[in-house]
Design a protein around this ligand. Structure first.
Ligand SMILES: [Zn+2]
Ligand SMILES: [Zn+2]
Ligand SMILES: [Zn+2]
Ligand SMILES: [Zn+2]
Ligand SMILES: [Zn+2]
Ligand SMILES: [Zn+2]
Length: 397
């Protein structure tokens, strides 16, 4: 810092932050608003809608892509399903009696690999209620299970929701039991202790504030269709996160991390939903036996960080910026790193942004002005936190 310390107006900072937030309507960012995604066959992850007008409850469930929700179901009663994995657009196929797809009318009768749930009829959670629920006065957050992709009420998870839930992936109890081996990992890596948080002095978030960047599960659902900027997004550029290839092989041949953990035999009550810290998927054993185990449970995607909502959102933001021909230097730098480096950096980046925002909000609530000294202090804190993280203390749940 040279001479007089320039003063950053907090209003400026927060206004800019708000712009960033809008820019980051990342749910849609990596989905194509113009072209039906059917030709891409089963899309790794995309924004998805169900039409209550064309496919009312009691009939067959169907899902349509973002572009079809605009072009073929305008004015219909649409359920926003947020994003789902491995889905092929159904618009206009045999499940639709009165609608022909305007974007891609040549579809096969059904997409046999699509998975459906009561979400496609506008119902969520183990209690099978609509969202928002006119009969429900309790304020509660909906959290998406990363395996079945249903949305569950925080109070119906059978486990306390950790404070840092936006940094976690959640697996519901039913999916835990369907993937029994996950209980073994859960004893080691899940966040069950509410005291395990990113930092001791981190201020609590105002629950009404949506953090700039919510990596995975938690997101207030929007009922109206937000505007979309992404054009031909999917084809434009791969952020390098799409393919599941390139998994890290860390353990020596023959050693199964899962069996090792089973030998340690840590006990953990096998009930309730579990919460997993960012990067947890890379800690699953990838030996042949474990891959078979995952495959049999239909959960092989757990070995793929590119399957996460975080990866999808990050890709969306990167595409958005490419489209605006003002490529984010961070994102273009990301392109030059290998997969593991990319993911590490993305996690760090997201953590940092969340924490910086919390930090700034503290000043806002106290009506103070942020000085360069404050910022310096913030980054110094980050450094020491990073060192602690490197020691692995953060994950010792
Ligand atoms: Zn479509
Ligand atoms: Zn419709
Ligand atoms: Zn269509
Ligand atoms: Zn519920
Ligand atoms: Zn589930
Ligand atoms: Zn193994």
């Amino acid at each position: 810092m040279e001479g007089e310390e320039p003063v950053v107006s907090l209003v400026d900072v927060l206004e800019e932050d708000e712009e960033l937030e809008e820019e980051a309507s990342a749910v849609l960012g990596a989905s194509d608003a113009e072209h039906c995604s059917y030709s891409q066959v089963y899309v790794k992850r995309q924004a998805l809608y169900a039409c209550g007008t064309c496919c009312p409850p009691g009939g067959a469930a169907a899902g349509v892509c973002l572009a079809c929700s605009y072009k073929c179901h305008e004015g219909h009663q649409l359920y926003e399903l947020y994003t789902k994995r491995n889905f092929r657009c159904d618009c206009g196929n045999s499940k639709f009696k009165d609608v022909t797809c305007k974007l891609n009318p040549d579809k096969e009768e059904v997409n046999s690999d699509n998975k459906y749930s009561h979400n496609f009829f506008g119902l969520y959670c183990t209690c099978s209620r609509p969202y928002p629920d006119p009969e429900d006065q309790v304020e509660d957050q909906m959290i998406q299970c990363v395996i079945c992709e249903d949305w569950l009420h925080g109070r119906h998870l059978g486990a306390p929701v950790p404070d840092s839930v936006e940094l976690q992936e959640m697996i519901c109890e039913s999916c835990m039991n369907h993937n029994q081996f996950l209980w073994t990992y859960a004893a080691q890596i899940t966040v069950s202790d509410p005291e395990v948080k990113p930092g001791p002095d981190q201020p609590k978030e105002d629950p009404k504030q949506e953090p700039d960047e919510e990596p995975s599960c938690k997101r207030p659902r929007h009922q109206e269709e937000p505007e979309v900027k992404a054009e031909e997004g999917a084809e434009l550029k791969e952020a390098g996160l799409k393919e599941g290839a390139g998994l890290k092989e860390e353990e020596p041949k023959g050693a199964c991390r899962l069996k090792e953990l089973q030998l340690i035999g840590q006990s953990r009550s096998q009930s309730g939903a579990t919460f997993w810290p960012s990067g947890w998927r890379s800690r699953l054993c990838t030996c042949q036996d474990c891959q078979t185990l995952l495959s049999e449970a239909g959960s092989l995607f757990l070995l793929d960080e590119g399957d996460t909502v975080l990866a999808y959102e990050t890709k969306g933001k990167s595409l958005e910026r490419t489209n605006e021909s003002a490529a984010d230097p961070l994102m273009s730098a990301l392109d030059r790193l290998n997969r593991v480096q990319q993911l590490e950096l993305i996690h760090e980046y997201n953590d940092l942004k969340t924490e910086l925002k919390d930090f700034l909000q503290r000043f806002a609530s106290e009506g103070k002005v942020v000085t360069p000294d404050d910022i310096r202090q913030f980054f110094e804190q980050q450094q020491s936190r990073k060192r602690r993280r490197a020691n692995g203390q953060l994950y010792s749940a």
